[in-house]
Design a protein around this ligand. Structure first.
Ligand SMILES: Nc1nc2c(c(=O)[nH]1)N[C@H]1C(S)=C(S)[C@@H](COP(=O)(O)OP(=O)(O)OC[C@H]3O[C@@H](n4cnc5c(=O)[nH]c(N)nc54)[C@H](O)[C@@H]3O)O[C@H]1N2
Ligand SMILES: Nc1nc2c(c(=O)[nH]1)N[C@H]1C(S)=C(S)[C@@H](COP(=O)(O)OP(=O)(O)OC[C@H]3O[C@@H](n4cnc5c(=O)[nH]c(N)nc54)[C@H](O)[C@@H]3O)O[C@H]1N2
Ligand code: SF4
Ligand SMILES: [Mo]
Length: 699
């Protein structure tokens, strides 16, 4: 009998890429534990990671390349060889480019980030401006808000030196497990923690002050804190005088938000607003921890986060020790590799409607309008989609997108699983998990580590970058932006290439399972603005954004971080739909659509829950565990009531991504932040009605 081997590898079942020890026997993954003997892990693991074997050997894994044989969307496939698959892709994509132009092909990446730089290269080399990712609903709106204020680099809170930490909507115990250790250390040090969250989460439980606001009212709360800080003379005059543009107009504007008025808008008691303002401004240095999504999943999302980010500059906590600053780190190889911009000169999806996305955001197209673009063919048709991990349930009204996918001339999806979105494809390709591939990783603080392949790929699975490279070769593309032809060089050369700026070699890294510090690190620096102006049009921190202001007449954007209340600013009949609908606040055992197929995880909550406050239960005549219909102006779903007292009455919480009751069926596809294009996932409207007595789903 063979021995069980322990192999140092990574889990990337969700985002963070945690280092793990994989237990492998007879070539099979039998168990996973958090890595021992590395600086970041101590043997612990989250529930999703511990269920790795159910992920890797899931019966829905795609094992071979498969071609649709029936009618499109019917889900009938036949196995073909990789060779045939590559030829088919090259042939179809080249013909579509010839006939309709390169922009008619969209390159898309779902939530798995590691291969994106290579996919962007492929899109560039092919010549399409339409490279887009799941960031069309995640992080990039927060980045956009940040850049509108500070111009460049996103600064994280300096947890090691802060005396106060203001957490603005992050439930890190559930969403960023590796961070929870740092958070506990900070608590032990006696750092004051303020948490802004509509629910009393585990993270809020650990806070000194919890501001339990009504979802989507973040802007009013931040402006009110600013009002207190300015009125009580707690702001950093020197920094503001020297480095801030638009302060006088901002000061005038925030006068409209005294805490008593903000209390009415946000539901947060005026005294708590004052206390938070005084602590954040007075007990510095203070860091602000923000999140990729909840604040920007609202119609006024970008402006709300701009109001929040402005507090950093107002209190002089920008780029100082213990505030928000560029942390010392490596010359990030992944970024260096990906930093080739989108193909310029052609109008990308969403560009006309969301121009600031293109001015400030990133290398990507805003694909929230993908379905409209396919169906309406305006301003030009989209005919093909080369996707990796596309899940239509990410979008509001997912069936609308699914219908549009069926209209494409050619749609290929590389996936781990035979997902619903894969079944609509002409061709599906088997991708592989982190356990089945090698990978170079950049950890926190400039530490690099190598992730071994723990097992051979399941079926004929391939790593996404190898797939991209072969598609590139078969189309005989040239990467116009690179001297060394990196996509032609093979995966080994690719890993070498991304490691190059760190000063480490692949050989060195492979022989150091504990990881290595990069040789070329950014030296720790503070107050970088003293040497270099901010990368904004004014060269200063912009409380009044000149980029947004340009579009005042054409798009109605305001330069100040103005507050518009989503409850007033809507065509929805509130008598018909009295409840606020907040979707997708994370659960520790789920990850969007991908983990419902893992029974160990799914059965923790076997049915889709509609979480309501008991007061609402009484008001609308529905009880815990009853089956209810949830209706919004966009659609309806069924779910099981779960009484929950974490939040306030008046708000319903539902998770997304499950075919059995997807919250996204309820969100209107045109209910978007006009600046970022982000859907209002966390601030729509609904009603609930009882349809049966006992769901029987929960025991
Ligand atoms: N287990 C698990 N972890 C995940 C994910 C997952 O699906 N599952 N997803 C990953 C992804 S893609 C992302 S973007 C991150 C998100 O990471 P987080 O932002 O930390 O996660 P959320 O739970 O979405 O939101 C955090 C908190 O925001 C609160 N919130 C909801 N609406 C509002 C609002 O309007 N204003 C404010 N201030 N707070 C609000 C919620 O109550 C919640 O407690 O998580 C990542 N980690
Ligand atoms: N209602 C509502 N909707 C939301 C949100 C919300 O809060 N509420 N949150 C939004 C946010 S922040 C995000 S980030 C998105 C996430 O939305 P998605 O990116 O759609 O997330 P997943 O469901 O994880 O789907 C990604 C797919 O990628 C596949 N996959 C995983 N790893 C790999 C890999 O290595 N290679 C390949 N080729 N495929 C892989 C998975 O099997 C899965 O089918 O959802 C957004 N949608
Ligand atoms: S948080 Fe859990 S599931 Fe996500 S990568 Fe880390 S161990 Fe894996
Ligand atoms: Mo996200």
């Amino acid at each position: 009998m063979s021995e069980t081997k322990i192999i140092k590898t990574t889990c990337s079942t969700c985002g963070p890429c945690c280092e793990v020890d994989a237990y492998v026997k007879d070539g099979r993954l039998v168990a996973v534990e958090g890595a021992r003997n590395t600086p970041m892990q101590s043997g612990g693991l989250c529930a999703k990671g511990a269920a790795a074997a159910q992920y890797v050997y899931n019966k829905e894994r795609i094992l071979y390349p498969m071609k649709q044989t029936g009618r499109k969307g019917e889900g009938r496939f036949e196995r073909i060889s990789w060779d045939e698959a590559y030829d088919l892709i090259a042939d179809r994509l080249l013909r579509i480019r010839e006939e309709y132009g390169a922009r008619s092909t969209v390159f898309y990446a779902g939530y798995s980030k590691w291969y994106r730089p290579a996919l962007l290269r492929l899109a560039n080399a092919y010549g399409s401006p339409n490279f887009c990712t799941e960031s069309s609903t995640c992080f990039q709106a927060a980045a956009l808000a940040w850049r509108a204020v500070f111009g460049n680099g996103i600064c994280r809170p300096d947890l090691g030196n802060a005396k106060t930490l203001l957490i603005w909507s992050s439930n890190l115990y559930h969403t960023n497990t590796p961070m929870s250790k740092a958070f506990q250390e900070l608590k032990e040090r006696g750092v004051k923690v303020i948490d802004v969250d509509p629910r009393h989460t585990v993270t809020a439980h650990d806070a000194d002050l919890h501001l339990k606001l009504i979802p989507g009212t973040d802007g009013a709360l931040a402006l009110s804190m600013a009002q207190v800080i300015i009125e009580e003379d707690l702001y950093d005059k020197e920094f503001v005088d020297k480095y801030v543009y638009g302060f006088e107009e901002y000061r005038e504007y925030v006068r409209e938000f005294p805490p008593e008025k903000a209390e009415k808008i946000t539901g947060v008691p005026a005294e708590k607003i004052r206390q938070a303002a005084r602590t954040y401004a007075g007990n510095g240095p203070a860091g602000l921890m923000f999140s990729a999504s909840p604040v920007v999943h609202h119609l006024n999302g970008v402006q709300n986060y701009r109001a929040v980010f402005s507090l950093i500059a107002l209190t002089g906590n920008y780029d100082i020790e213990g505030g928000n600053r560029t942390m010392p780190g490596p010359f990030s190889p992944a970024n260096e590799f990906g930093q080739i911009r989108r193909f310029d000169g052609e109008e990308a999806i969403g560009q006309r409607e969301f121009p600031v996305w293109y001015d400030l955001s990133c290398d990507e197209a805003q694909c929230v309008r993908l379905a409209d673009h396919i169906l309406e063919e305006k301003p030009y048709p989209v005919r093909a989609l080369f996707a990796m991990g596309l899940n239509h349930r990410m979008w509001p009204q997912p069936e609308y997108l699914k219908g549009a996918l069926l209209k494409l001339d050619f749609y290929v999806n590389a996936e781990l699983f035979m997902s619903e979105s894969s079944s609509a494809a002409d061709l599906i390709l088997p991708a592989c998990t982190s356990y089945e591939r090698e990978q170079v990783h950049v950890g926190r603080g400039g530490r690099f580590f190598f992730s071994n392949r723990a097992i051979e790929p399941v079926g004929e699975g391939k790593n996404d970058i190898e797939i991209i490279m072969e598609v590139f070769r078969r189309m005989k593309l040239k990467d116009p932006t690179l001297q060394d032809e990196i996509l032609e060089g093979g995966y080994e050369a690719y890993m070498e290439h991304i490691l190059k700026p760190s000063g480490l070699t692949l050989e060195e890294l492979r022989s150091h399972p504990e990881g290595m510090m990069g040789k070329n690190l950014f030296p720790p620096a503070v107050k970088t603005y003293e040497k270099e102006p901010f990368h904004t049009p004014s060269g200063k921190v912009e409380f009044k954004s000149l980029v947004l202001e340009q579009y005042k007449d054409s798009h109605g954007y305001d330069g100040l971080p103005v507050y518009h209340d989503f409850r007033e600013n809507t065509a929805v009949d509130r008598e018909e739909y009295p409840l606020i609908l907040n979707t997708g606040s994370r659960k520790p055992q789920l990850f969007h659509s991908r983990l419902y197929r893992m029974l160990w995880l799914k059965n923790i909550e076997a049915v889709p829950l509609v979480e309501i406050h008991p007061e609402d239960g009484r008001k609308y005549g529905v009880h815990d565990r009853e089956t209810v219909r949830v209706t919004s102006p966009a659609g309806e779903i069924k779910g099981t009531v779960s009484y929950n007292i974490q939040g306030n009455p008046g708000v319903v919480y539902i998770y997304h991504g499950s075919a059995e009751g997807d919250a996204n069926e309820l969100i209107g596809k045109d209910y978007l932040d006009p600046i970022s294009g982000f859907p209002g996932f966390k601030g729509y409207f609904c009603k609930i009605e009882k349809i049966a007595d006992l769901s029987g789903g929960l025991s």
